[in-house]
Design a protein around this ligand. Structure first.
Ligand SMILES: [Zn+2]
Ligand SMILES: [Zn+2]
Ligand SMILES: [Zn+2]
Length: 142
């Protein structure tokens, strides 16, 4: 388990307190919206603007230290789980997101019949459904 400082240095990024704080927040797990990340970073650092958090997330994502996902109809979310080929299942009811391990194991998972000459490196797969909470709510409503 490497520290945030080691992670940043390994990618040639300058070590700053906001970057360390964002890495720390993401390391707790989950798929977090920028607002939530900002709220948690402010528990660690006194004054951090939302724009600063956006900038940090952009730098971390470009460096491959965080992954940005943006399911249809949902704001962008960020997670620390990078470097594997996992997918996501999104609840149609409440927007809850969970990780789904790739059943194939390596990108791009799905081989198109024809790629029109493209060199394909990723298939973006999102599973949609109802989470357990929303299923229970639906049963209660019936
Ligand atoms: Zn739900
Ligand atoms: Zn994920
Ligand atoms: Zn896959």
């Amino acid at each position: 388990m490497s520290t945030g400082e080691e992670l940043l240095r390994s990618k040639g990024l300058r070590v700053t307190r906001p970057r360390l704080a964002v890495l720390d927040v993401l390391a707790a797990g989950g798929h977090l919206e920028v607002d939530e990340i900002t709220r948690r970073v402010r528990e660690r650092l006194d004054s951090v603007s939302t724009q600063a958090v956006y900038d940090v997330l952009g730098a971390l994502s470009r460096a491959g230290l965080s992954r940005r996902i943006e399911p249809a109809g949902s704001p962008a979310r960020y997670e620390a789980r990078v470097g594997d080929n996992h997918h996501h299942v999104v609840c149609r009811g409440c927007g809850e997101i969970a990780d789904i391990d790739c059943t194939v194991g390596s990108a791009p998972c799905l081989d198109p019949h024809t790629a029109h000459g493209f060199e394909v490196d990723e298939a973006e797969v999102t599973f949609w459904g109802l989470c357990p909470t929303c299923q229970a709510r639906r049963s209660a409503d019936e």
